[in-house]
Design a protein around this ligand. Structure first.
Ligand code: PSV
Ligand code: MN
Length: 395
């Protein structure tokens, strides 16, 4: 690697600018459809989620915001906003993206925004409007929509009519937004629906974003693709067309596994990061970096710190890539030299640079080790453990 790429001023600037949002649901008890293993330290209230997020930010210096899921974190709707504001003031963690919940209510059994019943669609659209208002009140830029709608058997629903209903609902939602707000549209090929999903891939999300209005963008959840899909190519297209709104980062081996970022395929994360880093500063500012993981087996605090540190490492590696040289080699079609340069950046050891940055920013040199030493995990396990037996809800 050439000396210029290891310049500490540059690596400090890269790391200072890298922020990633963590999800409130990453601190709560969660499971699979086969069951849930309760952790004594899991957060059982919104106050505990804010406290955990603040601890992750203290350790990593990269997570100033926390994504909120409306039903789990503001069950009372906008009436709960004051409490969120108070917790935000107390912990220094800002409310992040607002996630409507269209998947838990019994009336959504056959769909929400795409339900054949106009009445159900109206209820779901009203929840979207509430989410827009909550985001306005909390000064949160992004409404991040994941739609679980779909069907399990061919012929049981009209795919085509549902497209129209969805377009109407998203247009209606977009109309209520102020100019500072954005609507991020997430896609997923299957689960919970197993035959067709109403927003199954980035093409559908893109077309829906276009018809919703100018402030709608696509959200890429890295776990929401078929195994062979080239995600960085999707990222390149969305960036090129100005339609990339943000990411839900996680890793997967088989399906939407919610595994720790980079635990299965760190090279893929690097490739995605390398693609993103071709964005202009303006474009970069408009990409929301978010984690979407809720760990079933790993301790939640440790998993979150591990994720953020991995993201920082891979982001820095991608930033160390000598782009000028790479372009030269690409233009010359010197395949081996281009690939070697790319791989060299991925395999570079950036631990020293990260430690130097942490020291300069008064962040613990080894955030994970510090978390283990700090006593935080034992403290929350003791304080929260007794309350866990009565836990029934997902988050
Ligand atoms: C759906 O699988 C998803 O990725 C959506 O982003 C939800 O909001 C989140 O997971 C809930 O865990
Ligand atoms: Mn997601």
């Amino acid at each position: 690697m050439r000396e210029i790429t290891r310049n500490s001023e540059r690596t400090f600037a890269v790391l200072d600018a890298f922020q990633i949002e963590i999800p409130s649901w990453g601190f709560a008890n969660t499971g699979t459809r086969f069951g849930k293993f309760v952790q004594p330290g899991a957060a059982t209230s919104i106050a505990e989620k804010f406290a955990d997020a603040a601890e992750v930010h203290r350790l990593t210096g990269a997570t100033p915001t926390m994504a909120l899921h409306v039903l789990w974190d503001l069950p009372g709707g906008i009436d709960d906003a004051a409490q969120i504001e108070e917790l935000s003031r107390a912990t220094g963690i800002l409310p992040g993206s607002i996630n409507p919940n269209l998947f838990q209510d019994q009336q959504y059994k056959f769909g929400s925004l795409c339900h054949p019943s106009e009445e159900v669609r109206r209820v779901a659209t009203a929840h979207m409007s509430d989410s827009v208002r909550i985001a306005q009140r909390l000064r949160s830029r992004d409404i991040s929509l994941w739609l679980p709608d779909g069907s399990n058997y061919p012929g049981t629903q009209s795919i085509r009519r549902r497209i129209g209903w969805l377009q109407e609902a998203l247009f209606e939602t977009h109309r209520l937004m102020t100019p500072e707000q954005r609507l991020l549209i997430e896609y997923k090929p299957y689960e919970p629906a197993f035959y067709h999903t109403d927003i199954a891939d980035w093409g559908m999300a893109l077309l829906l974003a276009r018809s919703a209005g100018p402030q709608a963008r696509v959200l890429v959840d890295t776990g929401h693709h078929y195994a062979a899909q080239n995600i960085e190519q999707i990222v390149a297209w969305l960036l090129h067309t100005g339609m990339l709104g943000g990411f839900h980062f996680n890793d997967r081996r088989y399906a939407d596994d919610d595994l720790t970022l980079g635990s299965i395929d760190p090279y893929q994360v690097f490739r995605i990061f390398a693609e993103i880093q071709q964005a202009t500063p303006n474009e970069l500012a408009s990409i929301a970096f978010m984690v979407d993981q809720s760990h079933n087996l790993k301790p939640k605090m440790e998993a979150m710190v591990q994720t953020v540190v991995t993201a920082q490492e891979l982001w820095l590696k991608a930033a160390l890539l000598d782009r000028e040289q790479l372009q030269l080699l690409q233009d010359r079609c010197d395949l081996v030299a281009a690939e070697e340069l790319f791989r060299e950046a991925f395999f570079a050891d950036v631990k020293q640079e990260l430690m130097a940055w942490r020291e300069a920013r008064r962040i613990p040199a080894n955030p994970l080790q510090e978390l283990r030493k700090s006593g935080y995990i034992e403290r929350i396990a003791q304080q929260r453990g007794n309350r866990q037996s009565g836990m029934a809800s997902y988050a």
